[in-house]
Structures are given as structure tokens and as C-alpha cells.
Design a protein around this ligand. Structure first.
Ligand code: XMP
Length: 515
């Protein structure tokens, strides 16, 4: 195989480290993320075409702050520092970084020198996303400032002779509309990458890496039928074939009819060789969840029960060395497991196994990918489009779309309401347009009237959001007549419901799920 072009992202703990990698991949340049603690010898051995230093929450001049050896800037490899990375580069090379009088945060106008390679093709006055307390108050020798904002004399700087660049703002976020162009300029024009990397390289490379790791070991995959675990399962099946067994747990918290649909696609009558086993564990989950109202507790119970079911299946199959999970990057970062970044929340069911499980290791082949990248990988693997473009469905399923106690009756209500909602959204041609939509069951019952009778029934909440990366989202503008039709049908067709509400909340402050 030809030597692959690669750019390395050195992670200093910023929230956006994976976004940097993603933008680089969007420029068709392969990219890997490493901690700032990675040894320089290892970096040299990888011979990257460029290195990007991410942002981070620290002040580079404070004792104990993440840093790197000066040698990094003497390898003859172009380096781009972003935010903390830009400040650190200056700090190490003899520039000055100080605390600013006020924090610069949010969308900011910035004037850039378009004669700089970094800003070629960028408007001279452009918008960027700033988020910093410290600022570069003095440049190291050989550097010039190539961008400035009202509060920031060095919004970007460069030393072209040494191939060193710094950007104070965040080109990787969408709030910097021309940011991808700047990163493109760096990886393609400064580093000279040809840009011939595509998603099929990811698939190929993952298959190779999985084969190497698994050897002749046995692999057990948790297949839920969702996009992530389906892509992970098929990837594993291509890598290790018959060594793979896929267990599908029907925990009774799936969409209406979903268990049978998953079995039809992945089971023995489907197209894949997955050694598919379906476990009907509905009653087991309902009884564990009886009386439990606290959302975090429900997640834990469902997650733990899952593991138990797998343990039992693993025992039946015999020794199993690896467990596959379809964890993707947004799950990782929101669990606070994203490299060096700070914990945001802890509710996702990722991050390894409890002590009492005797699998050797966990494999998460999609851990670095965003949702749309997982879909691309799915298409590369030949999965059918209807499956690849399914909307996400959380591991704990309807268990976290039912407020309060989960009962079989409530599951039936939310399944039926959701089925109608999905049917009408598809009929209106909106199913590929809205990123995620579902019905949830509030724990609220209220008085209504049906026929001549008083009712005291549940309110169903409809949720529909637009989002790019599932880390922020806005409520979708579903046409009124569609909502009205859904409301009518739910009231008429779903026993136990007398009110339908539409959730307008964005994320933040809400989450996408309704729990
Ligand atoms: P939130 O509700 O945190 O959800 O805004 C963001 C995205 O993640 C999905 N989600 C989950 N996926 N296990 C999963 O596999 C989970 O525990 C989980 N919780 C949320 C959610 O559906 C949305 O797409």
C-alpha cells in the first residue's frame, strides 16, 4: 500500500478537538487525534504532513499547564495552533501571552490578510468564533500578525519560513463560516496534502485494524438495528466473518414492530452472515423497571440488564474475547470520554464494561466518527439506504421517552403514537428532512372529553429537531396541518391519550431526548 498522507491533531483538551479532525477529513485528508502527552518519537515515526494543536481550557503560562517540547516546531513539519494551541506555540517560541481585560467570546468580526496562504480566498472582513481569556500580546521572532479583531491584535499569526501558523479563534466550528476554507488552506496548500482520502479508506483501514486486533478471537456484537450498531456489525462481519456472533436484545422498548423488522433484515433469512441471535427479554426489562421513575436510574438499569443478557448469551456461545459497541463520537464527548476534554454529562451508556463482565476487551470501531460519517461508512459497506438513513434511536429506547415509571401499557401508548407520527411525517415527505423526530409520553394526565364522556388520560409530546452534529439542535418547523393530522390520529387511534403537545425547546438548554 502507498504511504498514506496524514495530519495529526494534538489534543490539548478543547471541546472541539474532534471537529478539527472532522474538518480535516472533509478536506479529504486523513487525520488522527493524539493526546498532547504523545511522545515526539512516535510523532516523528508517523511522519505526518502537518500537525494541528487544538484549543484547551488552560492558561499556557501557568505551572502544570499542558505543553509540548520545543522540538515539535523544529521538525520541518508545518504546525497550526488553534486558540490555546496558538498561544502555546508563541509561549514556547518566545512570544508573550497574557490575561486579557475581558473575555472575548462569541461571533466576532475579524480582518484577515488575504495575502496569507491561510486566508487565500477568504473575505478580508469575515466572521469567526472566539472563546478566550488570554491573548497573544507579543509575537515570537519571525512571526507576523495576519488577522485582527477589535479586542485582539493577533487573531492569527504566521512564520512562513518555518511553516508555523497560529489562529486565535476556532475555524473548526460552523460559527466561523469560512473556517473550513482556512483549514483547507493549511492542510492542502501549506502542508501540501493531495487530498485523496475517502471514506472507503476508513472502511478498509478499520477492517485491517480489526483483523489484527481480533486475531482468531471470538467476537460478540450488540446489534440494536440502529444505524450505528448495524454499521459496526457489518464492518465486523466483513473483517472476521464467522468469528462474529450478533445478539439482538429485544428489550421491549423498541419502536412498534421493530423487533420483527430487525430480525427480517439481519436474521437467517436476511442478506448478512452475522450469526444472528434474538433474545426476547421484554418482560425481564419491564419488571426491572417497575416503580423506577428517575431517568438516570432507568438508564443504568437498562444498561446493566443489557450487559447481563449479553453475559448469559456469551456463556451459551462459549468463550468470547471481544464485545463490539456502535459508540460514535457524540456519545463519547457527552460522556466526558473525549480525549482531554471536560465532562459535559454522564448519561450515555458508553465507555467500557462494568467489572463483573468477563469479556477480554471492547471494540468500538466508529468511536471517532460523527453520525453523517457513519452513514457514509454504511453506504461504503453496501448497507441499504433505508437502513443507513434511519434516524438515531437511543440504546435505552423508549425507556427514556417515557417520563416517570415505565410500564407495558405506557410502552404500548408511546409505540402507537410514535408509529402514527412517523407514518404522517413520511407521508408529508419530511422524513429525510428532519434529523430526529419521535413521540414521547409525558407523565401528565389531565381531564378531557371524548364523546360525552370525561377522560383522564395521558399527554403525548411530539419532538422534531434539526441538527447537524446532534450536539446542538433546534425544533423543526413541522407544518401545522401535519401536526394537526398527527394529533387527530393519535387521539382517535391510541387508547389512553387525550392531549398532544409539540416540544419547541432547542438544545441547549434542552436535550434531544425527552426524559
Ligand atoms: P441528547 O438527548 O443527549 O441526545 O441530546 C443526543 C443524541 O444521542 C442520542 N442518545 C443516545 N444514543 N444511547 C444512545 O445510543 C443513549 O443512551 C442515548 N441518549 C441519547 C439521542 O437520540 C440523540 O440522537
Amino acid at each position: 500500500m502507498n504511504k498514506r498522507e496524514m495530519v495529526i491533531v494534538l489534543d490539548f483538551g478543547g471541546q472541539y478537538n474532534q471537529l478539527v479532525a472532522r474538518r480535516v477529513r472533509e478536506c479529504h485528508v486523513y487525520c488522527e487525534i493524539y493526546s498532547y502527552r504523545t511522545d515526539i518519537a512516535k510523532i516523528k515515526a508517523m511522519a505526518p504532513k502537518g500537525i494541528i494543536l487544538t484549543g484547551g481550557p488552560n492558561s499556557c503560562y501557568e505551572e502544570g499547564a499542558p505543553t509540548y517540547s520545543k522540538e515539535l516546531f523544529e521538525l520541518g513539519i508545518p504546525v497550526l495552533g488553534l486558540c490555546y494551541g496558538a498561544q502555546l506555540m508563541q509561549h514556547i517560541l518566545g512570544g508573550r501571552v497574557e490575561r486579557a481585560d475581558k473575555r472575548e467570546y462569541g461571533k466576532t468580526e475579524v480582518a484577515v490578510d488575504t495575502s496569507s496562504t491561510l486566508f487565500a480566498g477568504v473575505a478580508p472582513d469575515t466572521t469567526c468564533w472566539m472563546s478566550h481569556f488570554d491573548y497573544i500580546s507579543g509575537l515570537a521572532e519571525g512571526f507576523v500578525s495576519v488577522a485582527r479583531s477589535a479586542d485582539c491584535p493577533v487573531a492569527a499569526c504566521e512564520n512562513t519560513a518555518r511553516g508555523l501558523y497560529g489562529i486565535q479563534f476556532h475555524p473548526e466550528v460552523l460559527h466561523t463560516p469560512e473556517g473550513t476554507k482556512m483549514l483547507y488552506n493549511f492542510v492542502r496548500n501549506v502542508c501540501g496534502c493531495a487530498g485523496d482520502w475517502k471514506m472507503d479508506s476508513f472502511v478498509e483501514q478499520s477492517i485491517r485494524a480489526i483483523r489484527e486486533k481480533v486475531g482468531s478471537g471470538k467476537v460478540l456484537c450488540a446489534l440494536s438495528g440502529g444505524v450505528d450498531s448495524s454499521v459496526a456489525a457489518v464492518l465486523l462481519s466483513k473483517a472476521v466473518g464467522d468469528q462474529l456472533t450478533c445478539v439482538f436484545v429485544d428489550h421491549g422498548l423498541l419502536h412498534k414492530n421493530e423487533g420483527d423488522e430487525v430480525e427480517a433484515v439481519f436474521g437467517p433469512s436476511g442478506n448478512y452472515n452475522l450469526n444472528f441471535i434474538r433474545v426476547n427479554a421484554q418482560q425481564r426489562f419491564y419488571s426491572k423497571l417497575a416503580g423506577v421513575t428517575e431517568p438516570e436510574r432507568k438508564r443504568k438499569i437498562i444498561g446493566e440488564e443489557f450487559i447481563r443478557v449479553f453475559e448469559e448469551e456469551a456463556k451459551k456461545i462459549g468463550a468470547v474475547d471481544f464485545l463490539v459497541q456502535g459508540t460514535i463520537y457524540p456519545d463519547v464527548v457527552e460522556s466526558g470520554l473525549g480525549g482531554e476534554s471536560a465532562v459535559i454529562k454522564s448519561h450515555h451508556n458508553v465507555g467500557g464494561l462494568p467489572d463483573y463482565v468477563d469479556f477480554k476487551e471492547i471494540i468500538e470501531p466508529l468511536r471517532d466518527l460523527f453520525k453523517d460519517e457513519v452513514r457514509k461508512a454504511g453506504l461504503e459497506l453496501g448497507l441499504p439506504e433505508y437502513l443507513v438513513f434511519r434516524q438515531p434511536f437511543p440504546g435505552p429506547g423508549l425507556g427514556i421517552r417515557i417520563i416517570g415509571e415505565v410500564t407495558e401499557e405506557k410502552v404500548r401508548i408511546v409505540q402507537d403514537a410514535d408509529y402514527i407520527y412517523r407514518e404522517e411525517i413520511a407521508r408529508a415527505g419530511l422524513d429525510q428532512d428532519i434529523n430526529q423526530y419521535f413521540a414521547a409520553l409525558t407523565n401528565m394526565r389531565s381531564v378531557g372529553v371524548m364523546g360525552d364522556e370525561r377522560t383522564y388520560d395521558y399527554a403525548v409530546a411530539l419532538r422534531a429537531v434539526r441538527t447537524i452534529d446532534f450536539m446542538t439542535a433546534e425544533a423543526a418547523e413541522v407544518p401545522y396541518e401535519v401536526l394537526n393530522r398527527v394529533m387527530n390520529r393519535i387521539i382517535n387511534e391510541v387508547r389512553g391519550v387525550n392531549r398532544v403537545l409539540y416540544d419547541l425547546t432547542s438544545k441547549p438548554p434542552g436535550t434531544i431526548e425527552f426524559e
